[in-house]
Each structure stands twice: as structure tokens, then as C-alpha cells.
Design a protein around this ligand. Sequence first.
Ligand SMILES: Cc1cc2nc3c(=O)[nH]c(=O)nc-3n(C[C@H](O)[C@H](O)[C@H](O)COP(=O)(O)OP(=O)(O)OC[C@H]3O[C@@H](n4cnc5c(N)ncnc54)[C@H](O)[C@@H]3O)c2cc1C
Length: 381
Amino acid sequence: MALDPDTLSQLVGTVRRFVSERLRPLEAQVSESDEVPDDVVAEMRALGLFGLSIPEEYGGLGLTMAEECLVAIELGRTSPAFRSTFGTNVGIGSQGLVMYGSPEQKAKWLPGIASGAVVTSFALTEPEAGSDSAAVRTRARLDGETYVLDGQKIFITNADKAGLFTVLARTGPPGSGAKGISAFLVPREAAGLAVGKPERKMGQQGTHVCTLSFDDVRIPVENRLGPEGEGFGIAMRVLERGRLHIAALCCGTAERLIDDSVAYATTRRQFGKPIADFQLVQAMIADSVTESHAARALVLDTARRMDSGEKVTGRISASKYFASEMVGRVADRAVQIHGGAGYVAEYGIERFYRDVRLFRIYEGTSQIQQLVIARERIASA
Ligand SMILES: Cc1cc2nc3c(=O)[nH]c(=O)nc-3n(C[C@H](O)[C@H](O)[C@H](O)COP(=O)(O)OP(=O)(O)OC[C@H]3O[C@@H](n4cnc5c(N)ncnc54)[C@H](O)[C@@H]3O)c2cc1C
């Protein structure tokens, strides 16, 4: 159920203040230490950020997609690593359970996910199954009342901290494609499950991705999420919501980078005047503002349509495609407007330039979004 307008604006205002007063001053520290401090994580829990999308009956805020996007835009105004701390609990790690969990599964896991006591991860990608996610090879073999999982997952966000994984594994025969995949809830303590060391990566320091190895991991049948063979559909529905959230995040980051660029351009002087007076600099600002407005409008329109029950698969992909490419261009212009200051670490602009690169890759690359957009449009002709 939607929040009343006053409560929503209070929530958005609280998140905005938390971002500007608490998180922004820590951006460089988090990047250097590659960790979000524990006291900040505790404050995120207290604010309810881990439970933004979890229904109220399980202790979350139960936001609609449009409300979640407004909050994500605010969260985008700082380093993405902060949002990732609870991002998997809000999105890909929890939504399979929210949408397809049995009453028992929801009662067991959702309250801990909503409070942040349990961190969740979503484990789809494998060495041989990236964009072609229906090529999953991790096996789940039924043995009496247990499934036995064997295989490997890579690039799993928050795996180092997760207490629960939503794992996509093949229950059908090899080569059974999307129809042979099922989803499972795998607790971290399951024997035979090993989590690798965090990967070194281009940006978003403070958030980690790891490999998962499954070696005869036994989990009870009641940990299967949804019917056998429907895991791929579950994963795609989960990713749809996640993609729109990421698109909203991109809008916030673009707005932040525009703020920083305008602040710099109005104070930095060359040829006897602020560089903001030069029309070639103004053109860069104008392009970034225009694209950022367009992305925000597209994202929020798509979210409202989704909330009203419209099928918006193509619009979600268009939102993720446009917003993630847009923030890449905005970050590039931000570096240009800052000149040499944009390239050195002290100003933090080069960090955002690296951070936003990921948005075009995970939860479906830009090319995969293009394929979905075209497929949906052609199918509706
Ligand atoms: C930091 C990070 C966090 C991640 N978090 C998670 C997570 O929590 N859980 C999870 O399951 N996964 C996660 N991933 C994995 C991510 O979703 C994949 O990396 C992504 O989907 C791309 O897959 P790939 O890396 O195998 O690239 P590939 O699929 O090998 O793609 C390589 C290139 O080929 C292009 N390409 C592939 N197929 C086509 C096609 N049919 N048409 C046109 N072009 C194509 C791609 O667009 C890309 O440009 C994460 C990745 C990173 C880097």
C-alpha cells in the first residue's frame, strides 16, 4: 500500500539528510578502506533501509516501486557502495522470497532481511553463464527429501556478508535451458558452501563480490523457492525490479555530478572569469541536465505503470539502458568540466566515473537491455 504523501516526503527528506550529512563526508574513507563502517551500517538498519521493499507485515516499509525509486534517487547522490550495503536486501536478494516464497519461508526469513540482521545475496552468474543466464550449470539433484547442489557462482554481490543466498541451479537435464532451472534458498552455514575472497575491481570500493562454490551442498526440499523448473522466470521477475531500482540510482548520481560540476564551474576562474561563463562549458551542463531530467521522468513513469499492474518489461529495460548510459555520459562530462581536478583523486569525480561504469554491466548489460526492448516492442506489433 502506498504511503501517504506526508510520510513519503518525510522518508525521502530523512534519506536525503542521511546521505548529505552522514554518508557524503565518508566517501573517500570508504573508498580507501574498502569497507562501510559498522556504525554506519547500524544507522542504516535503524532507518529501515534494509527493509524498504519488504512488506510491512514482515517488518519492512513495503514501499511501492515509485516510492522505492524516489528513495533510490536520493541514495544515488553518494557513493554507490553505501546503497549496495543494503541493496541486495531491498532488491535481488529478497524479491524472490517476497514474490514467490511460501508463507513459512517468508515468516522464517523476511523479518531478519527487513531489519538487516540477515544480509541476502542473489546467485545467478557463473563462469559460463553471464548474459546467457539460462546456461546455468550448477546442478541441484533431488535425493529423497534433500537437494544436492554442486557448481560455482561468480561476481556475487555481498556474498562475503550474506547469511542467505537465492541460488539458481539446474534441476532439469543438461541442455534443458530456462525450463530446467529452479531457485533455492541456501543458508550460509550449509555444509559444502564456500565463499571466496572479495575480487579486486574497478570501482565501488566498500562493496564486495565473491565466488561461491557448492560441493555436495544439501538443502531440504522446503528451501526450494517456487515450483521446480520455474527458477528462471523467478530470476527474471526479480531482475526487473532490480533494474528499475538501478535506473533510479543512476538518476540520483547524475544529479549529484551535475551539482558538483555546476559548483566547480561557478567558482573555477580562467581567462578572468568563472568557467561557467563559457558557452562550451554551459553546453556540457545543459546536455547533462537535459538527459538527467529525461531519465528521471522515464524511470518514475515506468515505476508508476508497474505499480498499477501494467506489464512494463520493455520500459524497465529502456529505463535501465537509458539511465545507466546517461550517467556514464554525465560522469564523463563532469570529469571534463573539472579539468585536471576531475582526473585526480582528491575531488572524487574520477571515483564516480569509475563507480558508474558498473551500472551498464550488472543486472543485464546495455546490450541485453537493447535485446529486451526490441523483443518486447516487436512482439507487441
Ligand atoms: C560488481 C559486480 C556485481 C555483480 N553482482 C552480481 C550478483 O549479485 N549476482 C549475480 O548473479 N551476478 C552478478 N554480477 C554479474 C553480472 O550480472 C554479469 O557480469 C553481467 O550480467 C554480464 O555477464 P558477463 O560478465 O558474463 O558478460 P558476458 O555475458 O560474457 O558479456 C560480454 C559482452 O558481450 C555482450 N553480449 C553477450 N551476449 C550478447 C548478445 N546476445 N548480444 C549482444 N551482446 C552480447 C555483453 O553485452 C558484453 O558486452 C555482478 C557483476 C559485477 C561486475
